[in-house]
Each structure stands twice: as C-alpha cells, then as structure tokens.
Design a protein around this ligand. Structure first.
Ligand code: UVW
Length: 325
C-alpha cells in the first residue's frame, strides 16, 4: 500500500510502480487486451468467463441462507454532489384525493437519477480512448441516443457467480484507507492470506473493501468522499487478468485510486479494465455488513448476483447486488 504522493519518493520501488514507469497505460492495455478473445462481435467481455459450470459451482456456495444486500439507498442524501446529483424521488400519487369506485386507492412514484449516482455497474461503453471501445468498436457508436455498442443491456444475462470479498482496510487495521492510497497486487495477496488463503479465480466477481463507504456513513461529507479515494492501482489490472476475474466492484466511487498514480492522467485503470480487458466495474457498494459477517464466520466466498437494468443503450445501471451465503 502506498499513497500517490509517496509513490515518486520511494527508494525501493515496488514492481507495480516499476512497470508503471516503464509502460504507458496504452502499453499495459495492449498487453492485457481481451479484444477478439470471445469473437469480433462480442460486447460482454470478461462476463463470458462466468461459464455454466462455474455458475453451478457458485450456486453451491449458498449454505446458510444468509442474504446481504450491497446497494446504497437510492435517495437524496447519497454521496453525490459535485460530479453527479443524488437521485430525485417524487410521488406522483399518494392515494389522497382519488375518486375510484369501490374505494381502491394507489400510490405511484417517479425516480430521476444518473444511472451512476447509486450502486452501479459501468457498461463497457462507459470509457474509451483513441476513438475505440472494447473489442475495437468505434467510439462513434455512442451518440445522443445512447451506446450502439457495449451498452449495459448487453450484460442482461448477468452478472451472477462466485463472489469473493477482499477487505484491504481490515488488512491494514484501519476503518478506511486514506484518499490516494494505491492498492497493489501485494495488498490483494496479503488480504487473501489474512482471510485464510481464500482464492480468487476464473469467472469470479471480486469485491474490494477500502472502507470508503464507512467513511461516508461516519462523516456524511460528500465533498470529502468525492475529493479523492483509495483504490486499485494499475498493477492490479495484471493481477485480475492473471486470475481471469469476471468483474470487480468496490465500496468507493471509481474502484481505482484517485488521484491516479501518474500525474495528469485520469481513470486509467478504468481504461485498461473496461476498454482493453472488457471488464465491467461495480461502484458505490456497501460492503460493511458483509465484511463483518465474513470476519465473524471466516467465509469470504458467496454467491453474488447483480443483474443490470436493461437500459437500452445505457452506459451504466443502478443495481442492488446480493451476496448469498
Ligand atoms: C466517472 O467518474 C467518469 O466514472 P465512474 O463513476 O465510473 O468512476
């Protein structure tokens, strides 16, 4: 674990930072690319790694009948503020004043929100560079009508499978990691080791706890929450590729460390994971209750399910992920 400020001052440079110095994010992306792996027409990326066999095996992880819902409330008091607004929920009908024969009354409501202002999946069309999306699709396929390629509705058959939680905040014995903390592959390995050697493997959905949700629940300060965050460093892209992880999600708002490791660059872990590897990212999860339970029973794997809304052409979707033990 390092902070971005410390990164340039390290005398003993960790491997992940060495590779950052020698390779640009474009080079890392090219090296880890999954373009063409599931065919030239593929728009699902690493979700393809959740095979029928892996799904059946994941279903067997439901042993105790415990359910953990990992979505934050869709409400006006959420963590957004500067970049996106919190969801707006208004009532269209309360039942008051209705004149319906036989006394029937009904309530109805309306939600206006950014698709990414609550717990969410990023679609594979969410970020790109050099005018190409995942699998080489043209960026011009995204228009004011939506994403013609790699939109979130293309993930409608998922995402469900084996989930594994790695609690990096607990690894370091803190309530939350400071903003700018780079989570390295060594942190992920050490977290797995501390958690009884739980393995992260092919087709898994990896959940990473930084404690950032707890910070918001403690401080209720969206400006501080959004000013930066601890998160995955670029070295973790290779770690995820080596294990053939299907998706990664976290309790912060961008999965990756912010500010990023290279001054002047923005969301480069997004670029490599989404655009080059075809990996959907989950953000703003509430992992507090699940982490406490995993700590108590020592079981860090579970069945995970978080179906996207089928937003035609959408580049993100609100979700309420479930972890079932
Ligand atoms: C941006 O902030 C652009 O994206 P995300 O919500 O995926 O972090």
């Amino acid at each position: 674990m390092t902070t971005t400020a410390e990164a340039s001052e390290l005398s003993e440079t960790p491997q992940s930072l060495k590779s950052l110095k020698s390779e640009t994010f474009r080079e890392i992306g090219a090296r880890l690319s999954n373009w063409g792996r599931w065919g030239v027409a593929d728009e699902r990326g690493t979700a393809n790694l959740i095979t029928p066999e892996r799904l059946v095996a994941a279903g067997k992880l439901i042993r105790q009948g415990k359910v953990f819902d990992l979505g934050i409330p869709v409400a006006a008091d959420g963590p957004n503020g500067t970049h996106r607004q919190n969801p707006l929920h208004v009532m269209l009908e309360t039942g008051q004043g209705q004149q319906i024969p036989c006394g029937t009354r009904y309530s109805d409501d309306y939600i206006a929100m950014s698709s990414q202002s609550s717990t969410q999946w990023d679609a594979l069309a969410h970020v790109y560079y050099d005018d190409r999306l995942y699998n080489g699709f043209a960026a011009s396929s995204i228009t004011v009508k939506g994403a013609g390629r790699c939109s979130i509705d293309k993930q409608a058959k998922g995402i469900a499978g084996r989930g594994v939680l790695l609690d990096v905040a607990a690894l370091h014995g803190v309530e939350w990691l400071p903003a700018g903390t780079v989570i390295t592959p060594a942190d992920l390995d050490a977290a797995a080791e501390r958690q009884g050697g739980v393995e992260v493997g092919a087709g898994d959905v990896l959940l990473v706890r930084t404690g950032w949700r707890r910070k918001f629940l403690t401080e209720h300060d969206s400006a501080q929450f959004l000013a930066g965050e601890p998160g995955l460093g670029m070295g973790c892209c290779e770690w995820l590729k080596e294990r053939d992880v299907a998706a990664v999600a976290a309790d912060n708002w961008a999965v990756e460390v912010l500010p990023g490791e290279v001054p002047g660059e923005f969301l480069t872990v997004h670029l490599v994971l989404i655009r080059d590897m075809g990996m959907t990212l989950g953000e703003l999860l509430d992992l507090e209750e699940l982490a406490a339970d995993c700590e108590a029973d020592g079981v860090w794997e579970f069945f995970f399910t978080a179906p996207p809304l089928k937003v035609t052409g959408g580049v993100g979707t609100p979700i309420n992920p479930l972890a079932l033990k």
